[in-house]
Design a protein. Structure first.
Length: 510
């Protein structure tokens, strides 16, 4: 046990806790009073989660009967949230073998219920015509239902939440292409569901009666075509209206290459997702309401689900550690273990330097930045950027500082604003210049393993649309000069300040 757990609720095993849904389900189960054990091939991937100390983490693999049996010992409810999508050509066989192992070991351990999140399958489509992805998800559901353990199979289509592969594909396609030549499947009707509703139903399924052993369709209140989803995403995200031209000749294979070219979603994942969109996926029933009723405000509609997924960026929550007006740790926020391509496009320039000065000397330089002190690199470039901002109707560099030595949260600082300040440790600035996106500049004071002072600098840019991406790549050749020079000169100024302080102390002693 990573930490003492005094809960008396059912013990739940969560497989796939390092994945998108699993990583968000664990804290929801804990908040509901359940005890949680996580099965992970690489337990170290869970150490950055704030809930890790409240769970039991065991190492294992769902294809290994021994580790599965050990993980299921004394478990009441087992969540099966793994699949082999993107692992290679034989992913269907891997899924089949893992489901059989899990079902057999769950029955032997006396598990009261299995809960599985699968995919919504189209009505009236022959089995052989289903995409391999949907076919495998459906087969896993049937194997678990036949395991002898009462099983709840939840079937969902597109899950709307930052980090979900299908939503990230939608996000990138819409953000990066103002004019799109698209496959014919953009006309396919889909019933998306917000990640918050998926998690709510998953948690509620833990307490289903013992005689329930069946599949349930789950979806949100909106039935939309993929084209509708792209257009509505653009509207919610504040992007210009997109022009979408379907082309029938784009097969799923060609579509996956097209998606791979336009987005960072790997082709191995993009292809099965594209194949799954050939057929309509709409709920045929809503029987889940008998066991997990909708509370007020649920299910969440598509537009609101997109707003929740984008809130992290809108409220300047650039990483999950940054506090803002949004609810910390909301299920739609990206997590440290999400794929690199999750959470929307985010460009970062990082610099780090060892400083020959005590931390307090470095902090004085950082807190005194801007205004008459300038920005410690290429003054002409900063002046030019400020002038261009003024021409565009922005604030330019004319605002200066409220105080020459001290900053506080909310202060204006040339064309930045102090978003966060932790005296002696952190200064985070949010850009208020005219930009095709959102930008931050972060400066930190720390120490290394040898006790030396470290200066860490990070510039972050979240582009809006194609123009935002073009802007970043257009200015990136100057980053070494501007940001590199800034880090070097700040470290030098701190060292010089420390040298002068020491010289003054020696003089006063004499």
């Amino acid at each position: 046990m990573n930490g003492e757990d005094t809960r008396d609720g059912p013990r739940c095993l969560v497989t796939g806790a390092t994945g998108y849904i699993g990583g968000r389900l664990v804290p929801e189960l804990l908040d509901a009073g359940h005890r949680v054990r996580c099965l992970a091939r690489s337990p170290g991937k869970l150490r950055d989660h704030p809930w890790a100390a409240r769970t039991e983490v065991v190492r294992g693999d769902v294809t290994d009967p021994g580790s599965v049996a050990a993980a299921l010992r004394d478990v009441d409810v087992a969540y099966y949230l793994v699949h082999a999508l993107g692992t290679g050509k034989n992913f269907e066989e891997t899924d089949r073998r893992a489901a059989r192992v899990f079902g057999e070991r769950a029955r032997a351990a006396g598990v009261r219920r299995i809960v599985y999140l699968g995919g919504l399958t189209p009505t009236g489509v022959p089995w052989r015509e289903l995409s391999p992805h949907l076919r495998s998800r459906a087969e896993v559901g049937r194997i678990l239902l036949a395991s002898g353990v009462p099983t709840t199979v939840l079937r969902a289509a597109v899950i709307i939440g930052s980090g979900s592969a299908s939503f990230e594909m939608l996000r990138y396609l819409t953000e990066r292409l103002p004019v799109m030549v698209t496959p014919s499947w953009v006309g396919t009707r889909i019933q998306p569901i917000a990640v918050r509703d998926v998690l709510r139903v998953l948690v509620g399924s833990a307490r289903m009666p013992a005689d329930v052993n069946r599949a349930f369709d789950i979806g949100g209140p909106d039935v939309l075509t993929y084209r509708d989803m792209m257009l509505r995403y653009a509207a919610v995200a504040g992007l210009p209206r997109r022009v979408i031209v379907p082309v029938p000749v784009l097969t799923p294979r060609l579509s996956s290459h097209w998606i791979g070219l336009v987005t960072p979603v790997p082709a191995a994942i993009a292809r099965p997702l594209a194949e799954s969109l050939r057929h309509e996926v709409v709920c045929r029933e809503h029987d889940i309401l008998r066991y997990v009723p909708d509370p007020p405000g649920h299910p969440i509609g598509f537009d609101e689900a997109v707003r929740l997924a984008l809130r992290r960026v809108r409220d300047a929550q650039v990483t999950t550690r940054w506090s803002s007006a949004s609810v910390p740790g909301a299920p739609s926020d990206p997590l440290p273990t999400d794929p690199d391509w999750a959470g929307g496009s985010l460009y970062t320039d990082r610099r780090e330097r060892t400083v020959d000065a005590p931390p307090e000397a470095l902090w004085r330089v950082i807190e005194g930045i801007g205004g008459d002190h300038g920005w410690y690199s290429f003054p002409l470039a900063w002046a030019l950027r400020g002038g261009l901002d003024r021409l565009a109707g922005g604030v330019g560099l004319r605002r200066g500082r409220r105080d020459a030595q001290r900053l506080r949260a909310g202060d204006s600082l040339d064309f930045w604003r102090v978003e966060e300040i932790e005296p002696g440790r952190l200064l985070r600035l949010r850009a208020e210049m005219r930009l095709p996106g959102l930008a931050w500049l972060e400066m930190r004071v720390g120490t290394d393993a040898r006790g030396r002072t470290l200066y860490r600098q990070r510039a972050v840019f979240h582009p809006h649309g194609l123009l935002g991406h073009a802007y970043w790549w257009g200015v990136s050749p100057f980053h070494a000069l501007v940001f590199g020079g800034m880090a070097r000169n700040i470290a030098g100024a701190a060292a010089e300040q420390a040298r002068l302080t020491q010289a003054g102390e020696r003089t006063s002693v004499r």
